[in-house]
Design a protein around this ligand. Structure first.
Ligand SMILES: Cc1cc2nc3c(=O)[nH]c(=O)nc-3n(C[C@H](O)[C@H](O)[C@H](O)COP(=O)(O)OP(=O)(O)OC[C@H]3O[C@@H](n4cnc5c(N)ncnc54)[C@H](O)[C@@H]3O)c2cc1C
Length: 427
């Protein structure tokens, strides 16, 4: 009998878990990704700020699946779908499926201001992280050569647009670079003079957390000399800084480094699928899914992770976080296997295991099982969970050792500039 062909698009958190759940030898799985590795995005900010090296937060997909003989990995770009003929359209040609799992994740959005991307980099992949690391470290190098105090101040002003977990994590780590790792490295200025500012358009930072935890985070950021400004809307970004609007008043903040951590939208593959399936693409570029994560009218197509809008029986749609993607991946993999055995499975149910954000050394916030923590215990919990969830066993050990060493030495070992610096500024 011909084997059931499952194509999984994306080797991120959702795709990886779907692939791992599809172990039935009667199923032939093809995992497609444009990259040959799985990336642990929650630790990207550590690569961007010199705490970890790229290889420590990424694991080759082939190595992850080396023992799963019913699954093959193909590195290719997916361009679209022919759902009538059940084909995935890729750069290398068409790939047929009986069941399709779309787990292509999300991408950064500049809310219609795409030209800002060249000036205000974001953090979504390894390339972004290493570029950002070079950008941040270059700003300190340029400041060392600058004699004009205003220009030096702009070089040492770091604006982070977006006060979600990524913005907060970046701000905290950047402050620690300035206050600890680089403290003794420069002669013409004191790295502690660096100004790090989070700009958020909303009424407060960390809107996904309770007000109490957001306040605790803001307090910990102040201890690290990070200025949190809420109710600040960015109007324009340039090489010289950001024009913002505060209470209807315009203000210009000179800065040579603006980092964009303000939002993500679903992968363009969501739009491509919505078009061929004649379905509406929701806000945030997501696709509404049925209680079993399948696409309405297409029980053989599943959309999971950051691309899925799932709100059945819930007040709010499920958040775009790793847990959602992993649990959906496990569920869908198991559902496809069960269907082949002629069995059914109850609707997908999300198990909220908690929410955390790290701010810096000994500083974090965590909401777990109805309890809220901040400070040292939350930080310990964060570190434990993140090491535990790193995919590769070797990475877990290396990251734990690296963090242990950096904790006591206040060092950031991976602070090398491996990209060319920004173009020279005209005076
Ligand atoms: C900087 C950052 C920090 C984060 N921190 C946290 C955190 O602390 N906690 C938390 O829970 N969540 C965090 N998240 C969110 C979390 O990473 C996502 O929710 C999760 O990765 C979603 O999983 P996914 O499988 O839907 O997509 P992803 O993990 O993004 O995987 C998508 C995969 O699809 C591939 N792909 C996309 N398009 C194509 C194409 N056209 N062709 C071929 N392959 C393609 C990509 O290469 C990628 O491997 C963070 C995200 C970022 C960017």
């Amino acid at each position: 009998m011909a084997k059931h062909r499952v194509v999984v698009v994306g080797g991120g958190f959702g795709g990886l878990h779907a692939g791992k759940a599809l172990i039935d030898p009667n199923i032939e799985v093809t995992l497609l990704d444009r990259r040959n590795y799985h990336l642990f995005q929650p630790l990207l900010y550590q690569v961007a700020t010199g705490g970890l090296s790229p290889g420590e937060i990424a694991a080759p997909l082939r190595a992850i699946f080396e023992w799963q003989k019913n699954l093959r990995v193909l590195m290719t770009d997916v361009n679209g779908f022919d759902i009538e003929r059940k084909q995935v359209l890729t750069k290398m040609g068409e790939i047929p499926y009986d069941s399709l799992v779309l787990a292509a994740g999300a991408k950064t959005t500049y809310f219609g201001n795409d030209k800002w991307a060249a000036i205000a980099p974001s953090l979504k992949n390894i390339e972004d992280a290493t570029k950002l690391r070079a950008r941040l470290l270059n700003a300190f190098e340029e400041a060392e050569k600058e004699n004009d105090p205003d220009k030096r101040r702009a070089l040492l002003t770091f604006l982070i647009v977006g006060g979600g977990p990524t913005g907060v994590e970046l701000a905290g780590a950047l402050s620690e670079i300035a206050n600890d790792a680089l403290k003794e490295d420069f002669r013409s200025f004191d790295p502690e003079d660096a100004r790090i500012m989070i700009l958020d358009a909303g009424p407060r930072i960390l809107s996904a957390f309770s007000e109490k935890l957001a306040k605790a985070a803001a307090r910990q950021l102040i201890e690290l000399n990070v200025l949190c400004r809420s109710g600040v809307r960015v109007l324009e970004v340039s090489e010289q800084g950001a024009k913002v609007s505060v209470d209807g008043r315009e203000e210009f903040i000179p800065s040579r480094t603006v980092i964009w951590a303000a939002g993500v939208t679903g992968s363009p593959l969501g739009k491509a699928l919505a078009e061929v399936a004649k379905l509406e693409l929701l806000r945030g570029g997501k696709l509404a899914v049925e209680p079993d994560c399948s696409l309405p009218g297409h029980p053989e197509i599943f959309v999971i992770g950051d691309l899925a809008h799932f709100q059945h029986g819930l007040e709010k749609p499920l958040p775009g976080v790793c847990q959602t993607a992993m649990q959906m991946g496990d569920y869908v993999g198991d559902l496809i296997s069960k269907r082949l055995e002629g069995k059914t499975k109850p609707a997908f149910r999300y198990w909220d295991k908690g929410n955390m954000a790290v701010i810096g050394r000994n500083r974090a916030i965590a909401a777990v099982g109805g309890f809220e923590f901040s400070g040292y215990f939350a930080w310990l919990l964060w570190a434990f969970v993140h090491v535990l969830y790193l995919v590769n066993f070797q990475s877990r050990i290396i990251v734990a050792i690296r963090w242990g060493f950096d904790y006591f030495s206040f060092n950031r070992g991976a602070r090398l500039i491996t990209q060319p610096g920004p173009p020279a500024q005209e005076s």
